[in-house]
Write a protein that binds this ligand. Structure first.
Ligand code: WTA
Length: 636
């Protein structure tokens, strides 16, 4: 039996028990056997959730790129590491072998060095889904620089906030990106952002759409000529286990985005281990995760997890609807994809289309189907299981977070019996707990509560960049000695977990986490707006959509209000990105508040979801009439 690769339910239970009884031993066995270390650790784990402080494999030395690339060269040099499928189906796919990847990463690393980037420097990467995105991340990791990838759908303001927060010295971008039929002027967005970031000394620009863009003298450089000149040899920087590997921003329920910091050794061990088990990857398999690398799913399960296992990882530049809704299935057939990992929102969008899109393609290569990012509804689960998987590819509903680094609760395919909408059981090393309103752990089964994790796992984020206090307050203050996830969950009679959704002011729209506070802050900047409250409501495809209740300084006529709606969404596009636009905007005379002046979002959530029959306790309301008026004016 191997701890590393679980192949039966009996093995799962055995390994799980071992991982709980002797977590340190369990993880050290895995770490020792499956990775290349330049020096072993002195201490497996040091932790205190109250501080909080978490250190795994202290004293060890390594470089993650040596583990992702170099160690595969001898046996898998010619194997495809990254299989790039372009936006345009007529453009040829690119097979980047492990030895090509080695050269490309080394060249890129040398270019960064020549730009003065070294260990500990922050590099902001604002790129579309093209190979340079993965290559530049690995190049940073090779020289010890900390990458901060910003999803290329974020606006210039959101980009500027993220560049400034971590003091990035350099930005890597492209002349633009393709998205279905559209092109997006990424470089223009970077130029706009950099007006607010005087400390960024250089911008490296990859050529993708060959558009005619302006280059700022002394700051902007085309990437390709630099890569052409650079050597394809670059020694690794030897990193300490707890040296930061990357920062990735996630929305919070208040204010600024949180720069989650992941470190080298723990993240490596955890993403490799979870990838192997949750996807049951075998040597000749072709694995495809449709996420954008700008999110944690792409970091852990397009780049690091697969490469650490010497896998072939498909990287898709386009969208599921271009040139038509058969694109995903066409790619599965073309590359004989074995493991397919996507989001419930994509499944719901595809399920709405005619089945013929799917039926004309041979999907028989598929062995495992994954979903991530939000709860999957029963209908979508069945559609995925029946039509895509033909009822013989297990669906793995994987629950995890930017903060957890890797998958936490998930079936192991061909091992764990699945039940629709249940993420089922914790992976080895993960110890979930459900907590009640009095901050006590709820034992036993058939219970529901706040989802916490009791014990550290190697992939947990170590801090929020520049704000350890916020890290503590957000995740470690609600419950004593526990990591609080912000999610609610149910444990059924057999001990299976079902995630019920966020319990804080984060709304997941099309799989993207959006904090309502930053959205409200942006809306309130409109001169006509007095106050706003944003809540989520169920949406057929997006999972949730945003509903805005807004009071104006002066109530205008309806024509004026229509213009205002457009202006408000324009502001949100500019401040955050198009994903933050509101689906419904209701102008009201007042918002429901408690006597102490706090907006009662709970009531607004019910109204937005059309559950007005039972509004719960409204006795603390300042003015109950406000609620009546809002219900009357509810937007259908
Ligand atoms: C939600 C994405 C239900 C959850 C990897 C979590 C899920 C948040 C699932 C993290 C799932 C993720 N079932 N809910 N299988 N997976 N979530 O940071 O609310 O973008 O807290 O990480 O997504 O989103 P994030």
């Amino acid at each position: 039996m191997s701890n590393y690769h679980i192949k039966s339910l009996e093995e799962y239970f055995k390994v799980y028990r071992h991982s709980v009884r002797e977590p340190e031993l369990f993880w050290s066995e895995i770490a020792e056997e499956h990775f290349t270390w330049r020096k072993g650790w002195d201490n497996i784990l040091e932790w205190d959730f109250n501080k909080p402080e978490i250190k795994w494999f202290e004293g060890a030395k390594l470089n993650i790129t040596e583990n992702c690339i170099d160690r595969h060269l001898l046996t898998k040099g010619e194997k495809t590491a990254i299989l790039f499928e372009p936006n345009d189906p007529n453009e040829e796919a690119e097979h980047i072998s492990y030895s090509d990847l080695h050269k490309r990463v080394n060249k890129f690393a040398n270019v960064l060095k020549a730009e003065g980037i070294g260990k500990g420097d922050r590099v902001c990467i604002y790129l579309p889904m093209i190979p340079e995105l993965a290559v530049s991340m690995l190049a940073c990791a090779r020289i010890g620089a900390i990458h901060s990838v910003v999803f290329a759908g974020f606006s210039s303001k959101a980009l500027a906030t993220r560049i400034k927060d971590c003091d990035a010295k350099i930005v890597i971008t492209s002349d633009g990106s393709y998205r279905g039929q559209k092109t997006i002027d990424l470089k223009g967005i970077v130029d706009e952002a950099l007006k607010q970031c005087p400390d960024v000394a250089s911008v490296l620009v990859a050529k993708r759409i060959k558009s005619d863009i302006e280059m700022v003298d002394g700051r902007d450089k085309w990437l390709q000529p630099l890569l052409d000149e650079a050597s394809d040899e670059c020694d690794i920087e030897i990193m300490e286990a707890e040296d930061p590997l990357f920062i990735l921003y996630t929305s919070g329920s208040t204010g600024k985005p949180k720069g989650m910091v992941h470190t080298s050794a723990g993240y490596m061990v955890y993403t490799a281990y979870t990838f192997k088990n949750v996807f049951q990857y075998k040597n000749e398999d072709v694995y495809w995760c449709t996420a954008d690398i700008g999110w944690i799913t792409g970091h852990s399960y397009i780049v690091y997890g697969p490469l650490l296992n010497g896998a072939t990882s498909v990287m898709f530049e386009g969208v599921p609807s271009y040139p038509d809704f058969s694109r995903f299935w066409e790619i599965v057939e073309k590359h004989k994809v074995n493991q397919f990992y996507t989001a419930p929102t994509a499944i719901r969008a595809l399920a709405k289309e005619n089945l013929s899109y799917l039926e004309k393609h041979d999907l028989s290569s598929l062995k495992v189907l994954g979903t991530v990012g939000e709860p999957i509804n029963e209908e979508a689960w069945h559609w995925y299981n029946d039509n895509v998987g033909n009822k013989n590819s297990p669906v793995v509903d994987t629950w995890w977070q930017t903060e957890t680094g890797g998958i936490m609760i998930s079936p192991i395919p061909y091992v764990t019996p699945t039940i629709p909408t249940f993420a089922t059981m914790p992976l080895p090393g993960v110890q979930p707990a459900l907590m009640d309103e009095n901050a006590q752990e709820i034992k036993g089964n058939q219970v529901e509560g706040m989802l916490c994790i009791k014990y550290p796992w190697p992939g947990i984020a170590r801090t929020i960049w520049g704000n350890h206090e916020r890290f503590k307050n957000t995740y470690f203050s609600a419950y004593d000695n526990m990591y609080f996830t912000g999610d609610g969950a149910r444990r059924d009679a057999t001990g299976y977990y079902r995630i019920t959704g966020r319990v804080d002011d984060v709304v997941i729209v099309s799989g993207h986490n959006l904090g309502t506070a930053p959205i409200e802050d942006s809306i309130n900047e409109h001169p006509a707006v007095a106050e706003s409250a944003i809540v989520g409501f169920p949406h057929e495809i997006k999972g949730n959509a945003l509903y805005g209740f807004i009071t104006l300084k002066e109530t205008g006529e309806s024509r004026v209000q229509d213009n205002l709606r457009k202006e408000i969404n324009q502001i949100l596009s500019e401040h955050i990105g198009p994903i933050a636009k509101l689906d419904k905007i209701q102008f009201c005379d007042g918002l429901p508040k408690t006597r102490s002046g706090k907006i009662m979002r709970r009531i607004l959530r019910k109204i937005a979801s059309n559950e007005t029959d039972d509004l719960g306790d409204v006795s603390t309301l300042q003015d109950p009439e406000v609620v009546e008026n809002i219900i009357e004016g509810r937007i259908q």
